[in-house]
Design a protein. Sequence first.
Length: 417
Amino acid sequence: MKLLQRAFLLRRRWDRGIAWLGAAGLPLRHGITIGAASFFALVGLYLIALRPRSRRLIAGSFLLLSVSYFFYSLALALFRGEPVIDNRQLSYSLIIGLLAFIANGMVLVRDPLRCFVIGARAGTVVCAAIALLASNSELDRFGMGGNPAPFAMLAAFALVAAIIPIANAPRWAPNSLIYVLVGGISVFASQTRAVLMVLPVILAVESIIWLRGRSFRLQLTGYVAGAAALGLAVSVGPIHTMLAERFVPIVQYYSGDHAAWDGSATADLRFAMWKGFAHAFVESPIIGHGSDRMERVVALAPTLNAELREFQHIHNIVLDELLQHGILGLLILAGVIVSGAAYAIRHADSNALKRNIAYALLVLVVYGMFHNPMLHESTIAAVFFYLGVTIAHGMRCQAMARRRMDGPVLLFGTRAA
């Protein structure tokens, strides 16, 4: 036990570095974030299990629902007679249950939110530079790790974290809205529509809030300049080209103004899958179909059955969860995300952080309508690392509030840094 205590004290020197690297690695998709998230989760699990005093400040509902989700997934797999080993869904469920302990594992990080934000700023800038360099030699969609869609979501989470204002920000990573534009380079290069739709909302809201505290003349100048920049961006240049290639043809195709669209196959496949889902869901609405879900969707889809056999899921987080675990599984998973975000918002120490958590949820929901972030290790790690850091920050805010009221207290079983 003394050896473990000594190891925990030594961790004070490098815990912040792990948190920093985990945030910086968000858009890079090379296991850095997954490794950092897993490390803090394992530490948190140890503290909760073996250090009773560490249970004083926990996001109880968040932890309970996350662990329940894994055991519910395991119970359904055993009930259906599915294999436990090499079961991809069980692996994802286990990751969700484990990473819920990240906040409790950040006990020795002096200011976890600050480390996370600075790391995210560094990762956002580096990733944007890589995307710019790659654009000189690649005409296709850009994506670190091979798949542009999850890369775009990770890049969006990094830029969302990067705009959180922190006290005494370093000169090389100042508080600024510029990270939305810098991070937007990576998302733009990925050409992922589900994420691209969210960035203008974040930029507009934050710009309006920033201008609101300025003089009337500066506000007027800002609004005019913003409107002019928007009009110029959608009229000429790369943004205009991307809109013309990725968005306009969709509207023309489904409004009947254009008979062909190069991406129509992707949309038609999704519609066929979702129609097949409607029939499969009726067959087993409470507990879903488990690993046989796509077989039922393919069999019940009205068209494109042969093409649908190549898909492992139906690219919608809600529909996928209903097929896999049924209504109860969806309620538990939704409870995990909502309870974690609610705890972080309730104990946030600034309105800017509360808005930022809402932006992260917006990215998750919009992306989840066309993909499934809970079926990929890197996107699961990003969601829970973000939640873990914001929850840990809320825990420290709550502990400091109690300290002011009751005098010095122990935080998570050890002296607060």
